[in-house]
Design a protein around this ligand. Sequence first.
Ligand SMILES: NC(=O)c1ccc[n+]([C@@H]2O[C@H](COP(=O)([O-])OP(=O)(O)OC[C@H]3O[C@@H](n4cnc5c(N)ncnc54)[C@H](O)[C@@H]3O)[C@@H](O)[C@H]2O)c1
Length: 270
Amino acid sequence: MELTRIRHALVTGGASGIGLGIVDAFAERGIAVTVADIIQERLDQQFVMRGENIMPIRLDTRDREGWIEAKRTAETRFGPVDVLVNNAGIGPDGCEISEMTPDSFDKTIAINLTAVFNGINAFVGEMKARGSGHIVNTASMNGIMLGLARYGAYAASKFGVVGLSEALREELEPHGVGVSVLCPGPVLSNMPETSRLLGNPAPEQRWPDGTVGMEPIVAGRIVLRSIELNLGHILTHPNYFPAIDHRNDVIRQAAEIEQAEWASLPGWQG
Ligand SMILES: NC(=O)c1ccc[n+]([C@@H]2O[C@H](COP(=O)([O-])OP(=O)(O)OC[C@H]3O[C@@H](n4cnc5c(N)ncnc54)[C@H](O)[C@@H]3O)[C@@H](O)[C@H]2O)c1
């Protein structure tokens, strides 16, 4: 989608970290932004003096009624939403699956995956009818690389966002609506603090030794350029691609063993 055609973007989780970087990237191109976040104090801190073109609203993205109200408020102020960024999320809870509480698992899936559906659900019908728009859903490298220990619920949620986004992209392509899944590598943010504030038991953010996180505004500019190019997958760190290859290698090795093994099973036809 050409950036000159974007008049209004709505970004969830926009009061901090990557979401804030995306908000700033839209703002520096003169695009009006509705910023939706669950933490009111952060909205107050970040957006008090930001000018007419940014409207902060409190929204818990799990709340489907809240989405209807948020959409109404946003569109009353700035007109139809051209770009929806479902970015709000919490981090891994640091627990092995054997120790994870059902509440923690449910919360991670509710915020990181089901709430992404909620956002899509609120806007997709009108975008389809208009024949224009773009949806960006934030997953993670943890949604496309091999699952890591103590990242179980987080990886499950992020793999879910990748699958949802890929399917949505195929569905919306004939209607002129773009879909991208954002898979960030390390980006500076408040993720452990957010996760703690929202009740995760032992927030954890595991980056390779010596990693310096990317500035959020850079991630934001990457997102805008990717919308312009209509990229399906946005990797902030394309140099991490070998991690995806590694997962494919592991699966390929299994397939090679299976190809030989299953051949000896009665009835198997490959
Ligand atoms: N920072 C990284 O290195 C990194 C890497 C991969 C993926 N991600 C993903 O990027 C997204 C943004 O995370 P971040 O690192 O910028 O963290 P962050 O904690 O700085 O920002 C997340 C924001 O989302 C908001 N939020 C959380 N739950 C919400 C809800 N239910 N409704 C509305 N707002 C809610 C928080 O209040 C916070 O302001 C997340 O989906 C995260 O999983 C981050």
